[in-house]
Design a protein around this ligand. Sequence first.
Ligand code: GSH
Length: 204
Amino acid sequence: MYTIIGSPRSRAGRVYWAMEEMGLDYATNPLKPGSDELRAFNPSAKSPCLMVDEDCICDSVAIVQFLADRHQQLTHPAGTIERALQDSFTQFVCDEVDGALWTAAKHSFALPEKVRVPEVKSAARFEFDRAMQVLETRLGDNEFLTGDRLTVPDIILGHCGLWAKVAKFDTPEGPVGAYFNRLYARPAFAKMLQAGAEEASLLP
Ligand SMILES: N[C@@H](CCC(=O)N[C@@H](CS)C(=O)NCC(=O)O)C(=O)O
């Protein structure tokens, strides 16, 4: 019923992780970002996409929130204040955390070399550090972003934390570091990492 299109070592990892958290069955098709095969599913040739029978959904946040709504897990119900606060966290993570990491990635390798502006990367680090400070304030004493249970923005942010490690961005210690460690300790997160490691071992 579900096929994840995209490598677990891309933003598709968020979908793998969410599927594992929810105990859902899925098939995989780890197409490469930018490939013509992926463009057949998403005109932007970006991953992830999710096939739901014959329908194709693009964008990691849309996919994870769709799964959460459909299976009534990892989310507060639509139309509640709790859900509005949850969505506010999701937007914060996309704008300020993913945005900073993606800007650095685009100007490191994702854009064609001739249009890259390497100086932009220091601004991206500045934005990331500032977002981590805001995160510390917004997280407060909560175990997860919206309180005591994992919801969609935790998945998106936890994946960004992993991405930050790989990109050698510093994540703070203290409450934010402890929060990320709680996410990394989850068995479903480990399953996502395992899928990525298995895929890497298959590469030529
Ligand atoms: N907002 C999208 C971003 C998707 C995206 O940029 N994916 C990257 C891989 S992590 C990609 O496919 N990049 C290829 C490109 O930019 O050409 C999402 O969260 O799914």
